[in-house]
Design a protein around this ligand. Sequence first.
Ligand SMILES: [Zn+2]
Length: 97
Amino acid sequence: MRDKTKLKDRCEEIVTCTGGWHRRQCNNKGKVVVEGKTYCGVHNPIRLAKKREEKEAEWDLKRERMNEQADRRQVMYAYFEGVSTEEIKNLLRQKRG
Ligand SMILES: [Zn+2]
């Protein structure tokens, strides 16, 4: 019987294989040690955390933009209250000349 203990120079992350029912240790070569665990470049938790932060920042920006657009729509709705869509379209057409 072969020794099945984890190789220290290999990434210790447990990954799910294609299909999703089989779990195994990542095959990549270990690059960094974080809190006593070895990780490859892909599973480096510091890198993943950074990526997640970037994604969150991206989402915050998107959310901000969406809020801004929602605000704008509200203001426009308030401004054009009682004015029909046709009238607004006509106004826009006049503006463009
Ligand atoms: Zn890995």
